[in-house]
Design a protein around this ligand. Structure first.
Ligand SMILES: Cc1cc2nc3c(=O)[nH]c(=O)nc-3n(C[C@H](O)[C@H](O)[C@H](O)COP(=O)(O)OP(=O)(O)OC[C@H]3O[C@@H](n4cnc5c(N)ncnc54)[C@H](O)[C@@H]3O)c2cc1C
Length: 381
C-alpha cells in the first residue's frame, strides 16, 4: 500500500489548485486522483467567466481576491503559455424594475467592499456593447474588471506547479472505495491499487456526493446538467460577458472570436446525465438573436454539457466534515466554482494545515445546514 500525507479526489480546477497550495506550504506527499484527465469534469466544460459582481458579501470577497490572484497567476505559477485571463467586463441586464433594484443593492454591497461595479442605463449599455438590443431592458450593472480565463490552461498551470513542488498527479486513476481505519487513516482502493493517508479531500465536483457516501457522509448537494455551445470565429464585436438572469442566458465572445453561450434551464435533468438536446439549441438561438440580432447567422460549431454541483442556497460547501476527522470537502459550487478556485483553494489549504486563511470561508461550512445559516445567492445563472 502506498502512503501519502493527503489524497485529493478530483483533478478539476479545485483539486489541482488545492494540491498546489498544500505543496507550496511544504506538505510533502500530496496525491491527486483523477479518474480521467485533468479538467475532464465541469472545469473543462465551463464558460470560464470570472466576476466580482455577486449579491452576497462572502462571494464578493472571495471573488475580489480570486481576480487579484488571477492578475498575477501566470507569473506565480511560472506558466509561460498563459492562462488567457482577459478583463473585458461583465454586463448584467435588468428586464424589470424589481431586478434593477436588486442590482442596485448588489452594486452598493460590491462598492462598499471596494469592487468597482456600477449601475448603467440602457444608453450606457449601448456604449459598452454596441450590438446589444436593449428593447425591454431597463438598466443593468457593469464591472470592467470582470472577465474570462482559459479553463484548460489555468488547471494545467496549477497542476504543473503542484507537481514541480513534489505533488503526484495520478490521472486515469479512479477512487473505487474508501474506508477509515480505527487509527484514523483513510484506506483507498483505486483502479491502480491501494493508497492511504490521514487526510482526504473530496474535490470530486458533481460526483462529490457519491464519494462522500463511501464514508457514510450525506452531503446536501445534487448535480444537474447545464448546456453550452460555441460558434465559429468571427470578427470581434463584443467585449463584455452579457448576462440576463431574466432569460437565464449568458454570452461572451472569446479572444479568438468565437461566441460561447449557455442557458440556465430549470427543466434540465438532475443527476449525472451529460448528454445534450436540440431544444437547448433552439431556445438559446432564439434568445440570443433577440439580444444580439447582428450575430444571427453565425454558425454553431459544437454544443456540449457539463454538471453543476448544486447546494440548497447555491453557495459552495467548503471545509472540514466534523463527523469524519481528516475529511474535507470543496464542492457544491452551483455553477461558479471555476472563478472561485484561486482564492478558495488557498483558504482550503490553510484550513487543512490548521492555519488561519487570508480569506475566511467558514460561512461556507457544512454546519450551516445544521444551524440554519443558509445565505442564498441571488446572482446565479
Ligand atoms: C456549462 C457550464 C458552465 C459553467 N460556467 C462557469 C463560469 O462561467 N464560471 C465559473 O466560475 N464556473 C462555471 N461553471 C462551474 C464550474 O465549471 C465548476 O464549478 C468548477 O469547474 C468545479 O470544479 P471542480 O474541480 O470542483 O470539479 P470538476 O471540474 O468537475 O472536477 C471533479 C473531478 O473529479 C473527478 N472524479 C469524480 N469522481 C472521481 C473518482 N471516484 N475518482 C477519481 N476522480 C473522480 C472527475 O473526473 C472530475 O475531473 C460552469 C459549469 C458548467 C457545467
Amino acid at each position: 500500500m502506498t502512503r501519502a500525507d493527503v489524497i485529493i479526489v478530483g483533478g478539476g480546477i479545485m483539486g489541482c489548485s488545492i494540491a498546489y497550495h498544500l505543496a507550496r506550504r511544504g506538505m510533502r506527499r500530496v496525491v491527486v486522483l483523477e479518474r480521467s484527465h485533468i479538467a475532464s469534469g465541469a472545469t473543462g466544460r465551463c464558460g470560464a467567466g470570472v466576476r466580482m459582481q455577486w449579491g452576497t458579501k462572502p462571494n464578493c470577497l472571495v471573488m475580489k481576491e480570486s481576480i487579484r490572484i488571477l492578475e498575477g497567476l501566470e507569473q506565480e505559477l511560472s506558466y509561460p503559455h498563459g492562462i488567457g485571463f482577459k478583463q473585458k467586463g461583465y454586463l448584467f441586464l435588468a428586464h424589470s424594475k424589481a431586478q434593477l433594484i436588486q442590482f442596485q443593492k448588489n452594486v452598493q454591497l460590491q462598492n462598499s467592499l471596494g469592487i468597482p461595479s456600477e449601475i448603467v442605463s440602457p444608453k450606457d449599455m449601448k456604449r459598452i456593447a454596441p450590438l446589444l438590443d436593449t428593447t425591454g431592458v431597463v438598466g443593468g450593472s457593469y464591472c470592467s474588471k470582470d472577465g474570462h480565463c482559459d479553463p484548460f490552461h489555468t488547471t494545467r498551470a496549477y497542476a504543473l506547479a503542484a507537481t514541480r513542488l513534489g505533488a503526484t498527479l495520478l490521472q486515469y486513476t479512479e477512487l473505487q472505495s474508501v474506508t477509515k481505519s480505527a487509527e484514523g487513516t483513510f484506506k483507498l482502493t483505486t483502479s491502480a491499487g491501494e493508497i492511504e493517508a490521514p487526510v482526504l479531500v473530496n474535490a470530486a465536483g458533481a460526483w462529490s456526493g457519491y464519494v462522500a457516501s463511501m464514508l457514510g457522509v450525506n452531503l446536501p448537494v445534487y448535480s444537474e446538467r447545464h448546456q453550452i455551445l460555441v460558434t465559429e470565429q468571427v470578427e470581434r464585436v463584443l467585449d463584455p460577458m452579457i448576462i440576463s438572469l431574466h432569460e437565464g442566458l449568458y454570452c461572451q465572445q472569446t479572444p479568438d472570436g468565437s461566441f460561447i453561450m449557455g442557458l440556465g434551464d430549470p427543466n434540465e435533468p438532475k443527476g449525472l446525465d451529460q448528454g445534450h438536446s436540440w431544444q437547448f439549441l433552439f431556445a438559446v438561438s432564439k434568445k440570443i438573436s433577440r439580444l444580439l440580432p447582428d450575430i444571427t447567422g453565425v454558425r454553431i460549431l459544437r454544443q456540449w454539457s457539463g454538471l453543476y454541483n448544486m447546494s440548497p442556497d447555491r453557495q459552495a460547501v467548503l471545509g472540514a466534515v466534523d463527523d469524519v476527522p481528516g475529511l474535507y470537502v470543496a464542492c457544491g459550487f452551483s455553477g461558479h466554482g471555476f472563478m472561485m478556485a484561486p482564492a478558495v483553494s488557498e483558504s482550503m489549504a490553510d484550513i487543512i494545515l490548521g492555519n488561519t486563511p487570508r480569506v475566511a470561508i467558514d460561512v461556507y461550512g457544512l454546519d450551516r445546514f445544521k444551524n440554519g445559516n443558509l445565505f442564498y445567492e441571488p446572482a446565479v445563472v
